[in-house]
Ligand binder design. Structure first.
Ligand SMILES: *Cc1c(COP(=O)(O)O)cnc(C)c1O
Length: 412
């Protein structure tokens, strides 16, 4: 493809989210107006916004129980603690994930053991089966919203007696074969941080059907002896079993954040549809681009595309850098998971040096060509089409001028 004389540029911001809906602003003002921000600070007869959010989210996912907490990372740590993970325990997790995931394991004195990554950007089942013996749990990260074959994964983990905690930071509202993401494992953890599917600045949610795990999680989050004020919570007997033996590691959510999340949750299915429309425009625009491979999305996977990934398989680092620089000049901000030093949100297993160094050649090969792009809902379909045109032209420009051209394998 030849370069156009006057190159189009994109002027949108990859980090600008939409404003919060009017209903969220009104709900926030109501909480600010009465001042009862702490979740256990309720007027007689009042139900805290936080307890209501938990009920809403339990209903949204179909879970029996739900707990709102301070962040997605806190949710992961809280779930691991509830499961009894402690010092010296080996916990399996995806080699391709975000820093708070191995961080939550290491913060408990446990050891993150990384599992290889497939071309579909999900956990490698053979490597998982090989590493299952001796591990205490799997912290499964649905990184960037890519969901593995959950039926196969749960069968492998059941056979190995391995409990599963799901990191659903990028899969709130997504599903595998009709079952909501977060409902396969013993507990599902979500983030409501600004760049995820709901925006409360910071925040997290945990769901489970297991009364003991959820009673412990609520006690850990800092419920003092006020847990009867929870609604999407297990019966009192479950708390009786754990109330005096469970440490308080405070990480509650407050009523202000819960208040702004509830109207957003109601609007999530509509937002998911808009994200996926943007995704499909970019996917169609990039299809067939020489040297560039799209990530296949299985039919059973109902995803929420708050970001877009593609692969530049076999590209030398210099050409990837040239591509990123050329795209940036035209306003398209990309992240590269193959960079040797962590940048922004993209770090990789070899920069988490608190964990023992591990050989992950398959993951390293995939990450070397993995490009990541945010898709904020402030983008229009026309924006998405323009972004795809720019990427297509710049990939062609780099490959066309590259001295290592012969080294670039054809993407299928
Ligand atoms: C954002 C994120 C988290 C943690 O969420 P925070 O709310 O930022 O603590 C966990 N896992 C993944 C994959 C994430 O992207």
């Amino acid at each position: 493809m030849s370069e156009p004389d006057t190159a189009e540029t994109f002027t949108g911001s990859f980090t600008q989210q939409e404003p919060l809906p009017e209903a969220a602003v009104r709900a926030a003002l109501a909480v600010l107006g009465h001042g009862r921000l702490h979740r256990y600070n309720t007027a007689p007869g009042e139900i805290a916004e936080t307890a209501l959010l938990e009920e809403d989210f339990a209903a949204f996912t179909g879970a029996k129980y739900c707990l709102a907490v301070a962040s997605g990372g806190y949710a992961l740590g809280c779930a691991l603690r509830a499961l009894g993970i402690g010092p010296g325990d080996a916990v399996l997790t995806n080699a391709f994930t975000l820093a708070p995931v191995p961080g939550a394991i290491a913060a408990l004195g446990a050891t993150p053991v990384f599992v290889e990554t497939t071309e579909g950007l999900t956990i490698d089942m053979e490597d998982l089966a090989a590493k299952a013996a001796g591990a205490k749990a799997l912290l499964l990260s649905h990184m960037r919203g890519h969901i593995c074959d959950m039926d196969r994964l749960m069968a492998i983990c059941a056979a190995a007696g391995l409990p599963v905690i799901e990191d659903c930071a990028h899969t709130m509202g997504a599903a595998w074969a009709g079952t909501p993401s977060g409902r396969h494992g013993a507990m599902g953890c979500y983030s409501t941080q600004t760049y995820k599917h709901l925006n409360s600045g910071e925040g997290g949610l945990i769901i489970s059907d297991d009364a003991d795990l959820m009673a412990k999680a609520i006690l850990i989050s800092g419920s003092y002896m006020l847990y009867p004020r929870h609604r999407a919570a297990p019966p009192p007997a479950a708390f009786e079993r754990h109330r005096l033996t469970t440490p308080n590691v405070s990480g509650r959510m407050d009523n202000l954040r819960a208040a702004i999340l509830r109207p957003q949750l109601a609007g999530l299915p509509a937002r998911a549809a808009r994200w996926n429309a943007l995704y499909r425009v970019i996917e169609a625009g990039l299809a067939g681009t020489p040297g560039l491979r799209l990530v296949e999305r299985p039919e059973a996977e109902a995803f929420v595309a708050s970001s877009f990934q593609f692969l530049l398989p076999g590209w030398p680092a210099g050409q990837v850098r040239a591509f990123l620089a050329r795209a940036a000049l035209r306003g398209v901000e990309l992240k590269w998971f193959g960079a040797p030093e962590p940048q922004g949100f993209t770090s990789r297993h070899d920069s988490w040096r608190y964990a023992p160094a591990q050989q992950l050649p398959q993951t390293d090969r995939i990450l070397a060509g993995l490009i990541d792009m945010r898709l904020p809902l402030t983008f229009s379909d026309a924006d998405a089409a323009l972004i795809a045109r720019i990427l297509r032209q710049e990939a062609a420009a780099v490959l066309g001028s590259g001295e290592d051209r012969a080294a670039i394998p054809q993407a299928d």
